[in-house]
Every structure is written in structure tokens, then in C-alpha cells.
Design a protein around this ligand. Structure first.
Ligand code: SPD
Length: 279
């Protein structure tokens, strides 16, 4: 039996020439927080959808790809990650993946907007599930400042930012990567979400150049997220000592996307992306 369809659509304007549209059943939540417009919709295709300032952040159905890939590629690259910082990521998806690693003793979430954390606990409980773990310390703070104030403290730092507009702009700039470098221990490493190689080429070139100028090792890797602009998504890893190419075994197996083959496959770049980063 077919269900009556609404004619309501959420449309993300990805740039002046490109949109992605999801049919929605209803608006679940809408508010203007101190930092941004926060909306939650129930969609027909992808379950609940979290939107910040008009941009898709995550959906029930495809969130696992992004969260697993931003967390497990860098966490497996480090042989024994104990202390982890997540900058942004107020929905808790990255934290949920971080605490799957048995070596992790402490995971700090530095999120500027406490309303994102609260809305995610309410409307995305399976994504936010790790936030109440005793190893997790949720700090509602400016992530840039938090990183500056915690030198030499973390094995791994993961930057789960919104798109490079508004409050997130500073998270895509060289001074921030330099302070991430200082906040890492002597063999620490970081990874950041760095948008789509199809439509954010200047940004990727710039971020990769800044990370390569800051860290001895830099590597771009890819994953496929259906609800993000163009589907192809990039992450940039910067490391003081360990290379993602050297991972031989994976320690976490309760994943839907990530595995050892995906780890290595994600490091293989199409020619047009290689060119972007000069590989
Ligand atoms: N255009 C989508 C970029 C979203 C990056 N962050 C998503 C947050 C999910 N935890």
C-alpha cells in the first residue's frame, strides 16, 4: 500500500548552481540558537535530518559513513590512542565511534553550541549515544580557544566542523592547524573534514597545503556520503609520526562502512584529486 506523499521539500543550496532536495514528512524542531539556525526534519528517504544554517549536517540513514571515516582512519593510524579531542561534532557521532576504541581513556568534545548537543540527544539518540559514556567530557566552548589552551595533551584530534562559513571559518585556517599541532603529543595526529573535491577545490588545496606545511605527514582520503554535496567527501589527516598507509590491522569491527580494505582504499585518490593536493 502506498503512503500519501507530502509535497514538502528541504532544499540545500550547495552553491549558486547546485541543490540537493529531500522530501520531508514534517518539521520536528526549529530554533535560532546563539550561533546558528538549527532545524530537524523527518524525511521520507533518510530518516531524521539535522540542518545547521541551511546545510545538511547528518541524517539517520547515512551518518555512519562520515562518522566512521572521520574517526577510524586516524584512530587506527595511531597505535595506542588514549586521549582524544573532537572539535565541533555536537551531534556526538564522532564521539560514538571514538569510544569504540578500547585504548581510549578520555574523549573530550569541544562544541561551541550546546543546543546542537541537546537537540541531538533528543532527536538523534543513536548518534548521540556515546555522550553519556564516563570517558567522555562534553565542553560547551569555542574549540579554537580550547585547542590553544591545551598544549601537548592529545594523541588524536578530530575536527568535525560545519561548512567553512560563519563560526567554522577559523577551523579551516593555518593558525588553527598550528595550534592543533601544539595540542598534540609528540607522536599525535589529526584529521579534519574538508568538503567535496568536486566543488570545494580551492578550499581543499589551501587546507592540504596548510596541513602539509604544519605536519611532517599529510594525507587526503575520501568517502562517499549521499546527502553531502556531490557525494564524494574528503578528509585531511596531518600526523607527526604515523602514516595511515602503514596500518596493518584494525581494532574495531562493529562498523557499517569502515574496515581494513576501506581504510586503504580511502587513501587511493582519483587523478583529479591527486592533482589538487600535488600527490
Ligand atoms: N556539508 C556538510 C558538512 C558537514 C560536516 N559536519 C557534519 C557534522 C556531522 N557530525
Amino acid at each position: 500500500m502506498s503512503v500519501a506523499q507530502t509535497n514538502l521539500w528541504f532544499t540545500e543550496l550547495q552553491n549558486d548552481n547546485l541543490t540537493i532536495g529531500l522530501r520531508i514528512e514534517k518539521t520536528i524542531h526549529s530554533e535560532k540558537t546563539e550561533y546558528q539556525q538549527l532545524d530537524v526534519y523527518k524525511t521520507v528517504q533518510y530518516g531524521n535530518l539535522l540542518v545547521l544554517d541551511g546545510c545538511i549536517m547528518t541524517t539517520d540513514k547515512d551518518e555512519f559513513v562520515y562518522h566512521e571515516m572521520l574517526a577510524h582512519v586516524p584512530l587506527h593510524t595511531h597505535p595506542n590512542p588514549k586521549s582524544v579531542l573532537v572539535v565541533g561534532g555536537g551531534d556526538g557521532g564522532i564521539i560514538r565511534e571514538v569510544i569504540k576504541h578500547p585504548s581510549v581513556e578520555r574523549a573530550v568534545l569541544a562544541e561551541i553550541d550546546g543546543r546542537v548537543v541537546e537537540a541531538s540527544k533528543k532527536y538523534f539518540p543513536h548518534i548521540a549515544s556515546g555522550l553519556s559514556d564516563p570517558r567522555v567530557d562534553v565542553q560547551i566552548v569555542d574549540g579554537i580557544r580550547y585547542v590553544e589552551e591545551h598544549p601537548n595533551e592529545f594523541d588524536v584530534i578530530l575536527i568535525d566542523s560545519t561548512d567553512p562559513v560563519g563560526p567554522a571559518v577559523g577551523l579551516f585556517q593555518r593558525p588553527f592547524y598550528e595550534s592543533v599541532f601544539r595540542a598534540l603529543k609528540e607522536d599525535g595526529l589529526m584529521a579534519a573534514q574538508t568538503e567535496s573535491p568536486f566543488i570545494n577545490q580551492d578550499l581543499i588545496r589551501q587546507v592540504y597545503g596548510d596541513v602539509r606545511a604544519t605536519f611532517p605527514i599529510a594525507k587526503l582520503y575520501l568517502a562517499y556520503v549521499p546527502t553531502y554535496p556531490t557525494g564524494m567527501w574528503s578528509f585531511t589527516l596531518g600526523s607527526k609520526k604515523y602514516r595511515p598507509q602503514d596500518v596493518r590491522e584494525v581494532r574495531v569491527h562493529d562498523t557499517k562502512y569502515y574496515n581494513r580494505d576501506i581504510h586503504h582504499a580511502s587513501l587511493v585518490l582519483p587523478n583529479f584529486v591527486k592533482e589538487l593536493v600535488g600527490e
